[in-house]
Design a protein. Structure first.
Length: 262
């Protein structure tokens, strides 16, 4: 049995009203072409925003029978960010400037609005998951503290135990771990042994916090892998780690979002 291409996929680019926001939020949505019970999976992007890598992941998720939506969390501060940013030093600096202007409450509002929009297709309002990479993994961890997610698959999430970057302001996001347990969310986290952003001490801190809070979780450190190992085309791409981790993602969402195996 294979997990891919079980559903024909259609996609669209909605613009979503977020209550209280000064702008409308663009997003990328991929969904099965068939009607039926298709739970929602939010997708959190890397620093580069809603680029083709993020869109390809959404289509891959939709091919498993989920409604995948990738919200543009930069919409409040950069109206030209809907297509994401090409990789460059200048765009990296710009994106970090946008990240520094985000607040927890605004990101929560954006994620809730994206999920609510996606549920108009899903018919599964009580079953939502999230998948995130790097910065998007950080956001997925945050979402698990605020939203009633059934599951979150989190790739190499930066800045969880440290103060000052992304949503680890004014205190480390890891301090909010107890809230994940209250939602009953199951987490699967993937780290890279040779990650230049997240060292072994940070991974251990995440493990300890999750265990102490009683969160259902699995942590995998992929040997010899580097940060951003998931995406083909990156110098750091590691096919072994990417394939193995994806199998875990599929099983997590199948088990916790309760899409029956065929």
């Amino acid at each position: 049995m294979t997990y891919e291409d079980e559903f024909d996929v259609v996609d669209e680019q909605p613009v979503i009203e977020v209550p209280g926001a000064p702008t409308r939020m663009s997003a990328y949505l991929a969904r099965p072409a068939t009607t039926g019970d298709h739970p929602v999976v939010l997708v959190g992007t890397e620093l580069w925003g809603v680029n083709e890598d993020a869109r390809a992941v959404a289509r891959r998720v939709a091919a498993l029978g989920f409604v995948a939506i990738v919200p543009n969390l930069y919409h409040r501060t950069d109206p030209d960010s809907a297509e994401g940013f090409p990789h460059s030093d200048a765009n990296r600096t710009h994106a970090f400037e946008l990240v520094a202007r985000m607040t927890r409450d605004e990101v929560e509002a954006d994620l809730r609005a994206a999920a609510a929009y996606a549920r108009t297709y899903a018919g599964a309002a009580d079953r939502t998951g999230m998948l995130g990479f790097s910065l998007g993994g950080h956001f997925a961890y945050f979402a698990a503290t605020r939203l009633p997610l059934a599951a979150a698959a989190i790739y190499y999430p930066g800045w969880l135990p440290t103060t000052g970057t992304a949503l680890s302001r004014p205190a480390p996001l890891l301090d909010e771990t107890g809230a994940i347990a209250t939602h009953g969310t199951r987490l699967t986290l993937f780290f890279a042994e040779r990650d230049h952003v997240i060292d072994a001490a940070q991974v251990d801190a995440v493990r300890r916090a999750l265990t102490a809070a009683g969160v259902r979780h699995e942590v995998t450190v992929h040997p010899d892998a580097e940060h951003a190992f998931f995406f083909p085309g990156y110098e750091t791409y590691d096919k072994t780690a990417a394939d193995a981790s994806w199998e875990h993602v599929v099983r997590l969402f199948r088990d916790e979002l309760r899409v029956p195996l065929t």
